[in-house]
Design a protein around this ligand. Structure first.
Ligand SMILES: [Zn+2]
Length: 212
């Protein structure tokens, strides 16, 4: 369903529910705070592995450039609805700019001062910001891990991807730049996070393959 302008601003700025696999709802922070957090995280933290260093620096550059764009766009939108004499707003604060913009926009809608073209432009700008942040935050790479899930009671090896018999490995690795590598099972949702746990998973798979 198409989001309202207020919902788009909320997705960008505030905590909100996101539907995840299986239709469950997951509480997530706003996209702009998440983007800022990813910049902070990628600056000083190490995850015990050098393999992610390149991913981190790539993410870093993309995140910083995008953050500037978001701040600029939010300030631009706000500038278009403010009139002389309004309280000044810190335009380096994108959430502040967008929240204030939404207040002014909502008032203008109630006064009948907006038109369809303006609404379409605002919606396009907000959707575009959300889509770009999503892209930078989740250039997630997924790789299959061969072998059966070692979780007792699961033991699945494959996961069907359609009803025609296509399948992928039950176990898969998720690599999100700036975060520890993680392995998961499609069937039982068991997670192995970080290199040490992945090593344990690897050992468990190898042990199973030998006894199989
Ligand atoms: Zn499993």
């Amino acid at each position: 369903m198409r989001k309202t302008i207020a919902e788009l601003v909320a997705v960008l700025c505030d905590e909100h529910d996101v539907e995840v696999r299986g239709g469950r709802l997951h509480r997530e922070d706003g996209l702009i705070p998440k983007l800022r957090e990813s910049m902070r995280a990628s600056m000083g933290m190490t995850h015990g592995g050098h393999s992610l260093a390149h991913e981190r620096s790539t993410l870093n550059l993309a995140a910083f450039t995008l953050y500037e764009h978001v701040t600029f766009t939010a300030g631009l939108m706000l500038g278009q609805v403010l009139v002389a004499g309004d309280d000044p707003v810190d335009r380096r604060d994108p959430e502040g700019s967008l929240r204030r913009w939404l207040e002014e926009w909502t008032l203008a809608v109630h006064r009948g001062e907006t038109n369809d073209a303006q609404e379409a432009l605002a919606r396009r700008r907000l959707s575009d910001l959300a889509a770009r942040i999503d892209q930078v935050l989740a250039p997630t790479r997924v790789a299959e891990i061969l072998g059966a899930c070692p979780n007792p009671g699961c033991g699945e090896r494959y996961w069907p991807t359609d009803t025609q018999g296509s399948r992928t490995s039950a176990l898969y690795a998720v690599l999100v730049p700036g975060e520890p590598v993680q392995a998961r099972c499609h069937w039982c949702d068991t997670q192995w996070t970080g290199e040490a746990e992945l090593e344990q998973l690897n050992t468990a798979i190898n042990r199973q393959e030998k006894t199989a």
